[in-house]
Every structure is written in structure tokens, then in C-alpha cells.
Design a protein around this ligand. Structure first.
Ligand code: HAM
Length: 448
């Protein structure tokens, strides 16, 4: 038997329905915030990730799925979404669009050669947003609030927002110097990777997975102490807007993020749920004001975040949040004889073309089996075909809830079903949940 690769998942059945439901909620929230969907390729030139994410990061130095294609090009399966979106922004000259800033969202698979464990996969799905073309601290707060609102709408309670500022270039240079001064006398205590990081990119030392518990790491200077006045002021403004939006957060000076393109605001949203495990960062992001120009575009500010959908599903499961994924059919078309079957084929087609969700029998079950199958599918109506009634231009329709039956003229069947189904209609709400009657809505709007 050929099995799937380590760190990859087959998602099907109820789990697939939950993923679709969550994606639908995310899309609905993005629409409210006026973000537009973007789809970029799963593979890109390797250079894109080297230049944007940074050579000394774990993602680039250890985790990339690199290969040469048949034309001898260096290709990488994308480890994250930001680099591809910014490449597309520049290549398609989106900076020239009248609509600025450009607000985009994506939802797709990413690839990282990591050691798999719960919440850490090699093929992962990220939903993310990027806002390109505004440096207003208000946008930083909006991006954080968008992420928080998605978790809230889904009913997730245990989340903790950590924010920090990496400051502007001047602040980072000063911090760099302080880090070198701190670590240099103890460089022998650092792991081999960190010795190189200290020379090339000292900030990356703070992100080390080997040395992170050591004393020298814990006594390292904090970025917040090296922010210049302008960066400090900007960071306070972001906090002001978060307060205005009523978003709870903690300023956590140890957040540096694992990718090199960040400056100013960075943030991580943690699962604050007992027994969640070590891979507890549900979503993370930050500002990247130098990235567009680094990749060859005009000097343009940007900010974004991404959340791992696998980790989000784990969090929903841990908090025992039931998603309203139970489905029903409008009608199940039943038949026995060959002529009834011929009629069923065309009727099912006609009903589907007119927007009804309809199923029929494909495996030769008798009527009893078909009744059971219709119940399994939660069918609201049963359309029971009978040769004699068909000759009279009539069809028997049974309400599967009240068990009432009616003979309906063939010409009126669409109209009849439409009317009858109205009594089953979804409760409906603005949240975009489309939960069915009787299901609890996890929408924040409804909680209030
Ligand atoms: P990141 O922190 O590398 O940021 O990943 C964002 C989220 O993706 C993580 O918080 C986690 O939920 C999920 N994730 C990452 N790696 C894995 C993995 N191996 N298995 C499962 N889930 C994982 C970025 O990717 C940035 N591009 C975010 C961003 C967008 N910054 C600005 N714009």
C-alpha cells in the first residue's frame, strides 16, 4: 500500500465539511473588511523566498522543499504566502491601481520540511491577508482585529494576542549592536547555527529552538528598550487603536518572529487552551515596510498575517465547539421499475437545474432501502415515482417530517417544492454562518 507522506493529511467526510465551513466564515469576514481574494502559484523561483524570508531563517535554511525543474530552474514549493503575494503585487503593478491600499486574502497549502507533530505539518494550509500601500497604524490594528474576529465568530474563547514592535531601521541597527555586545563574549555557549547567526543576522539568535532556554538567551536585551522616539510613538498608536477596537492584548517584548522581512508591529495569537500542546501559535504576522522595494517594487509599506487552518481546527476541537455542518437534501427521488427510473433521471436533472438539492438511488436498493437512504441524507421531501400516477401526470410527494403525502400535478412540481421548502428555510443571519434551524449560531453578532 502506498501511504501519504509524513506531515500530510487526507481531509474528508465530516472533517472536510468542517474545513469548508470554516473557510466560508473566513471568506465572509474578509468580504466585510473589503479584502479581495488572490490566488498565487504553489511553486515560485527559489530566489523569491531567499530574498524575502531571509537566508538565516530556519524556514529558508532548513525547511524549504527545493527542486530543479526539467528546465534546470531552481524552484521552491511556497513555505508561506506573503512572498508570492508581494511578487504578484509588483509583477502586476498593483501599486498603480486607483484602489489603495491593496487589501488581499488567500487560503492555500504551504510546504515546510519540519519535524511533524500535532499542529506542525509538512503540508499546511494557511489563510492570510496582506494590506499593501498604507503605513497608518490604524491598519495594523485592523489586521489584528480581523484575525481576532475570525476566532471569535467561530466561538473560540481561549486566545491570547501578543504584540511587539521591531521598530524602524535605525532602531533595529541599535538593537543589533546591543545583541552582538551581549552574545559575543559568550559565543562559545551558543549552538553552531547561532554562532553563524551572530555574525550574519544577530536577531535570528533570539529565534533559536536549541538555545532558547539558556541563561544567556534569557538575559538578552529587549527590542522595546532600543526603539527610537518615532518607532515608540508608532507602537503606542497601534495600541491606542487596539484599545479603541476593544481588542485585548499583551505587549510581549520577546516576540521577534521567524521571518526576516518584519519591522515595526509584529504579533502572535496564541491558543490559551489547556492541553493544547507546544505548537500553540494559531496565527501570526506583522509589518514589512521594506519588502516591496527589496523585491524590486517601489518603496511601499505593507502588513499582514497568516493563520494555520490545521491548528485552528485543533483549537475548535479542544474547546469542543460544534460546527453546524449537518446537511440535508431538499428531496430524494425514489423509483422501482425501469420506466420510473428513466423518469427519475430526467426529474432529478430538472430539479437540480432549478436550484434544488436532490439525490436519487444508484445502487439498486428496493423501496425500503431507499427510504432508509433518504433518512440518512436527512431529506426533507420524498418524491415517490409510480408508473400509474405518472401516466396520470401526477407525482407523489411526501413531507418526511410530518409524513403527509400529496399527489401533485407534474407541471406544478417546481412551484410546489419551492413553496413547501420555504417552511423549512434556514433561520438565516447576517454573520454568513448559514446555520440551519435548531443549530446554535456561534456568530459574535448573535452572542451579544
Ligand atoms: P508564520 O508564523 O510562519 O508566518 O506562519 C503563520 C501561521 O501558520 C502560524 O502561526 C501557524 O498557525 C501556521 N503554521 C506555520 N508553520 C506551520 C506548520 N509547519 N504546521 C502547521 N501550521 C503551521 C507566516 O507564514 C507569514 N507569511 C505571516 C504573515 C503574513 N506575515 C505577514 N503577512
Amino acid at each position: 500500500m502506498i501511504t501519504k507522506q509524513k506531515g500530510c493529511h487526507d481531509i474528508y467526510g465530516d472533517e472536510a465539511k468542517k474545513w469548508n465551513y470554516v473557510s466560508h466564515i473566513i471568506e465572509a469576514v474578509c468580504e466585510r473588511y473589503n479584502y479581495n481574494f488572490i490566488r498565487t502559484p504553489i511553486f515560485e523561483a527559489s530566489e523569491l523566498f531567499h530574498r524575502s524570508i531571509g537566508e538565516e531563517t530556519d524556514v529558508v535554511s532548513k525547511e524549504m522543499y527545493d527542486f530543479k525543474d526539467k528546465g534546470d530552474r531552481e524552484i521552491t514549493l511556497r513555505p508561506e504566502g506573503t512572498a508570492g503575494v508581494i511578487r504578484s503585487y509588483i509583477e502586476n503593478k498593483m501599486y498603480g491601481d486607483a484602489m489603495q491600499p491593496v487589501k488581499l486574502y488567500y487560503n492555500g497549502t504551504m510546504y515546510r520540511y519540519e519535524r511533524p507533530q500535532s499542529g506542525r505539518d509538512r503540508e499546511l494550509t494557511q489563510f492570510g491577508v496582506e494590506v499593501i500601500g498604507s503605513d497608518d497604524p490604524m491598519i495594523d490594528a485592523e489586521v489584528i482585529s480581523l484575525a481576532v474576529n475570525i476566532y471569535k465568530i467561530l466561538g473560540l474563547k481561549g486566545i491570547k494576542v501578543n504584540i511587539n514592535s521591531l521598530g524602524d531601521q535605525e532602531s533595529r541597527n541599535n538593537y543589533r549592536k546591543a545583541l552582538v555586545e551581549h552574545f559575543k563574549p559568550h559565543s562559545e555557549e551558543l549552538c553552531e547555527d547561532c554562532k553563524i547567526r551572530l555574525e550574519k543576522n544577530p536577531l535570528r539568535v533570539l529565534d533559536c529552538k536549541v538555545d532558547h532556554e539558556s541563561k544567556i538567551m534569557k538575559t538578552a536585551p529587549l527590542m522595546t528598550d532600543y526603539l527610537n522616539e518615532e518607532s515608540k510613538k508608532r507602537f503606542l498608536e497601534v495600541q491606542k487603536y487596539l484599545d479603541l477596537l476593544d481588542i485585548e492584548y499583551v505587549v510581549n517584548p520577546s516576540i521577534v518572529r521567524g521571518l526576516d522581512y518584519y519591522n515595526h508591529t509584529v504579533f502572535e495569537i496564541e491558543a490559551d487552551i489547556e492541553g493544547f500542546g507546544s505548537q500553540n501559535v494559531l496565527g501570526a504576522g506583522g509589518r514589512y515596510n521594506g519588502l516591496v522595494s527589496e523585491l524590486g517594487g517601489p518603496e511601499t509599506p505593507g502588513i499582514g498575517f497568516a493563520m494555520g487552518l490545521g491548528r485552528l481546527m485543533l483549537a475548535l476541537e479542544k474547546e469542543q465547539i460544534e460546527l453546524p455542518i449537518e446537511e440535508s437534501m431538499d428531496a430524494f427521488v425514489m423509483y422501482v421499475s425501469d420506466t420510473e427510473k428513466d423518469y427519475a433521471v430526467t426529474l432529478v436533472q430538472e430539479l437540480r437545474m432549478n436550484g434544488f438539492k436532490v439525490e436519487t438511488e444508484y445502487t439498486g436498493r428496493g423501496l425500503k432501502g431507499q427510504f432508509k437512504q433518504a433518512d440518512r441524507l436527512n431529506s426533507k421531501f420524498l418524491i415517490i415515482l409510480n408508473d400509474e400516477e405518472l401516466r396520470e401526470n401526477q407525482i407523489k410527494i411526501k413531507n418526511n417530517q410530518t409524513k403527509e403525502e400529496e399527489l401533485v400535478e407534474i407541471d406544478y412540481i417546481l412551484y410546489y417544492l419551492d413553496e413547501q421548502l420555504a417552511s423549512f428555510e434556514d433561520e438565516g443571519c447576517d454573520c454568513g454562518c448559514h446555520h440551519e434551524e435548531g443549530h446554535e449560531c456561534h456568530c459574535h453578532d448573535h452572542e451579544e
